[in-house]
Design a protein around this ligand. Structure first.
Ligand SMILES: C[S@@+](CC[C@H](N)C(=O)[O-])C[C@H]1O[C@@H](n2cnc3c(N)ncnc32)[C@H](O)[C@@H]1O
Length: 212
């Protein structure tokens, strides 16, 4: 690259630094925690937990509900593992992504990436907040809930509480990691005590007597 090009690039970087800074911070976070999370999604080790969860859920009627889909990596994994007739509902309000896309860009990216499973795999997106989904579905009894939206204590507690009051037999989620997500660990420990299996950073609770 010639000197003039380098200067032009530097000027561009300075000009856009406000928009680039959060992206740089996000990149550093995911580069330094690559064993915990891949750009906000799951690792291969975590996948084993989701596989065990879906196997347990397959013994029960009711939809699988995912809270927090991001770009649909776990949605696609759940759709791949579930029975073809089992409904999968991914609840996503498009408020966070690691690349700082706008809400609309994020929505379009995810919906286009999931086009095949939305059309062919009994899968739908609830485009709205978890809170809205819970109040619209007070009588739903899912076979499994996978929790991976807000990672603060209050959000995880709210998601677990809805899943428990629904009578859902298989409750699972992501980011059980004391240093990075203490709120997740606190909410899970408080709700289930030692009755939880951990796979990487996926946690899994199966109601007593229903273990597969
Ligand atoms: C960590 S990402 C989910 C990652 C995804 N499960 C995966 O592993 O590929 C969290 C997602 O939850 C969404 N989210 C956060 N709070 C939410 C809420 N209250 N209702 C619905 N979605 C929410 C964010 O927009 C984000 O896309």
């Amino acid at each position: 690259m010639g000197v003039a090009n380098k200067i032009r690039k530097t000027i561009q970087l300075l000009k856009h630094r406000r928009r680039l800074q959060p992206f740089v911070n996000s990149s550093i976070f995911f580069m330094e925690n690559a064993e915990q999370s891949i750009w906000g999604s799951i690792t291969e080790e975590d996948e084993a937990g989701i596989e065990a969860a879906v196997a347990s859920a397959s013994l029960h009627p009711g939809p699988i509900v995912e809270i927090g889909a991001l770009f649909g990596h776990t949605t696609t994994l759940l759709a791949t593992l579930k029975g073809t007739d089992t409904q999968l509902i991914a609840v996503e309000n498009f408020t966070w992504n690691p690349f700082f896309l706008s809400d609309d860009e994020h929505r379009q990216f995810t919906k286009r990436s999931l086009r095949y499973i939305l059309k062919n795999c009994s899968t739908s997106i609830y485009d709205g907040s978890a809170e809205g989904f819970y109040s619209a579905n007070q009588d739903m009894k899912p076979s499994m809930v996978f929790i991976d939206a807000g990672h603060d204590y209050g959000s995880v507690r709210r998601d677990i509480d809805w899943a428990m009051q629904s009578g859902c037999p298989v409750i699972s989620g992501h980011d059980y990691h004391k240093e990075i997500h203490p709120g997740v660990v606190k909410a899970v420990d408080e709700s289930f005590g030692s009755d939880v299996r951990i796979f990487g950073s996926v946690w899994l609770h199966v109601s007593e007597g229903l273990q597969s």
